[in-house]
Design a binder for this molecule. Structure first.
Ligand SMILES: [Fe+2]
Length: 266
């Protein structure tokens, strides 16, 4: 039915053995979600994680993520968020430089963009920023793409209505906007960072933001801190493409019901 089906996680926040976040074991949550996704979608083509792979960016946390992904027999596409550290990521996963790439999806290209600001990484700094090198890379990749593009990046470049999170979005969103305007070929944006299922449009480009498999942003749209968290069911996204068409689902895997043969009326 689809040309490509991408299982998309965001904000996996891997911790070290014995650590939890507001009482949640994010590693166990991710492993349940991944197992659910792979069992439910045996036709999946890829697995993507759009940043905040880890909670503190420590090598031991990246090692646990690598181990959790070891059994996945699909291409993996990882980019970084504000809780990650690029040097530790590269030490564990190999490669060099920014965690970004272009993926051919057939009728579309997927561009992963690394919005982690730094190094250096000042304590308490969680906003994203694209340096001149990454802006130039993106402009070059978009100009080369003869196909429409899905752009995946950790930090949303737009406000979502949670003041604490809006304060730590992508800081130089104006630079990104100018590049997208000149290129004219980005037709969808995928983000993480907010830990909440959100959709909308920015500059006329539709976007989708996925929940974390672990802790979520509470639905308090006034005065929230960026660190506010709540223990709601975790989720992952399913990005399906056919030609240049895009269909996006989200799955709250811990409350997903089993299928029955009963016809539903909708
Ligand atoms: Fe996060």
């Amino acid at each position: 039915m689809f040309d490509q089906k991408i299982i998309c996680f965001s904000d996996t926040h891997f911790v070290e053995h014995g650590e939890t976040i507001i009482g949640i074991d994010p590693v166990a949550r991710f492993e349940r979600g991944l197992n659910h996704a792979l069992a439910t979608h045996p036709d999946a083509d890829r697995v993507m994680i759009v940043g905040d792979l880890t909670h503190h960016g420590r090598p031991a946390q990246f090692e646990r993520l690598k181990a959790a992904l070891a059994g996945v027999d699909l291409p993996l596409h990882l980019t970084l968020g504000n809780h990650d550290r690029r040097d530790a990521f590269r030490t564990v996963f190999g490669g060099a430089g920014f965690a970004q790439e272009v993926v051919d999806l057939g009728g579309l290209n997927l561009v992963l963009l690394d919005t982690l600001d730094g190094p250096p990484y000042p304590d308490g700094h969680h906003a994203g920023r694209l340096c001149a090198e990454r802006l130039a890379w993106l402009e070059d990749q978009l100009s080369r793409s003869a196909k429409p593009v899905i752009l995946a990046l950790h930090h949303p470049p737009f406000d979502v209505g949670f003041p604490g999170m809006d304060a730590i979005k992508l800081l130089n969103a104006g630079d990104l906007a100018q590049i997208l305007d000149r290129a004219g070929n980005v037709i969808h944006i995928i983000s993480g960072h907010v830990h909440r299922t959100i959709s909308g449009q920015w500059l006329g480009i539709p976007y989708a933001i996925f929940k974390s498999p672990a802790h979520q942003m509470p639905m308090l749209m006034e005065g929230t801190k960026s660190s506010s968290s709540t223990d709601e069911p975790g989720a992952y996204g399913i990005i399906c493409t056919k030609g240049t068409d895009i269909t996006i689902h989200t799955e709250d895997f811990d409350i997903a019901g089993a299928a029955t043969d009963d016809a539903h009326s909708s």
